[in-house]
Design a protein around this ligand. Sequence first.
Ligand code: GLN
Length: 493
Amino acid sequence: MTHPTELTIAGARRALAAREISAAELTQAHLDAIAALNPRLNAYITVTPELAAAQAAEADAALARGEAGPLAGIPLAIKDLFCTAGTRTTAGSRILGDFVPPYESTVTGNLLRDGAVFLGKANLDEFAMGSSNTSSAFGAAENPWKRQGDDTALVPGGSSGGSAAAVAARLALGATATDTGGSIRQPAAFCGVSGIKPTYGRCSRFGIVAYASSLDQAGPVARTVEDCAILLGSMAGFDPRDSTSADVAVPDFAAAVARGVKGLRIGIPREYRVEGLSPEIDALWRQGMDWLRAEGATLVDISLPHTKYALPTYYIVAPAEASTNLARYDGVRFGLRENGEDLKDLYERTRAAGFGDEVKRRILIGTYVLSAGYYDAYYVKAQQVRALIKRDFDQAWAQVDAILTPATPTAAFGRDENQDDPVAMYLNDVFTITANLAGIPGMSVPAGLDGKGLPLGLQVLGRPFDEETVFAVGGAIERAAGFHALPALRAAA
Ligand code: GLN
């Protein structure tokens, strides 16, 4: 039989239902893999073996009674941005280093309702700000992939680097993640796994540590498109506790994966052929177009003219919202406290000690663009440009059913690269960030390897609340690509 850590979620469900494996065995195989590899990869900040074993035992009992939920016994990694009742939730920050939430996020609660097993909390950039998982207060996570003949530690991408690294290295069958500007899709692409950021409002934000509330969305990372669809089906749904949660039905996402692309019109946005796009990424993109054409889709040249303003717009809107969201970490109500001479001194000492450099940079930028003298020039202007970016997409949907782009401008880079220049780091999200500004779904699917043997992803964008078409196109790319390469560092099979 396939080694338990090599199963897909769909395959594990079948094996569990057929009693070929127990949830306890499946969970233990993952805990063993974590014990062996996590000291190197640092994909998990916190591992919860006792909790996982108890949840697995419950799943086995439910399976025996014939009352198992759709995720009964499936071991998952949970990004350490989702509040988990009774389990430390750090957001990758010193300021929440000892924070144990008294309540469960809606998304993780939905997964528990369906019987999932939580192995632990996955590493991330501090407060989900970053593209490399190097800003975590708990140390960098490492990408399990290696350049051929080169042992350089590569970044897993960010901010959901721990989630993607854990799934790629077989330390979990799937993971939760969040995406504010690309944090699901970019790490998925860097680690050779799939990930989808659904439509804004599809998953509740209740109980997810807030970064930029108008952009943040939860979604899954997994090793197949179908597994992402299965996980999203559990994670999604209306939640009255999040006023931006959408009261729309959750369709059978998994059924859409095999639908095919015959008759679909796929847009190729000319503005995404950015200056300096590597020939390898360009070739992969063209390959993707050929695959979809061969499966019966029609390719349509489209224009999204405001694309070039997306990064600057994001780096005004996201820090503005972050600066207000992070005002709550004051050392008084919860989290780290550094005592001071008076209240103001306590605030200053707590925030100086609790936040890392990138978070402080974002708070400074955000406070500046929201200040009385600059609000109109920066913040209001950015909101206007954001509306134009969204309008570009609204107009495109009259012509096409989905859009195909590269997921990232490069493959995974070394841990020391891009560290001195924040703007170079921000460029990682040039292809993903528009989807957050427009609120539309976007998925990254592994599609090939670069010349050094590192994975590259293609991105599929879709209409609001039409994740099904995104899954259909993602499924077609997955079948055509036949991506079966494996990372150098992974659980022994
Ligand atoms: N890299 C982007 C940033 O640093 C996006 C991060 C994210 O999606 N959470 O803000």
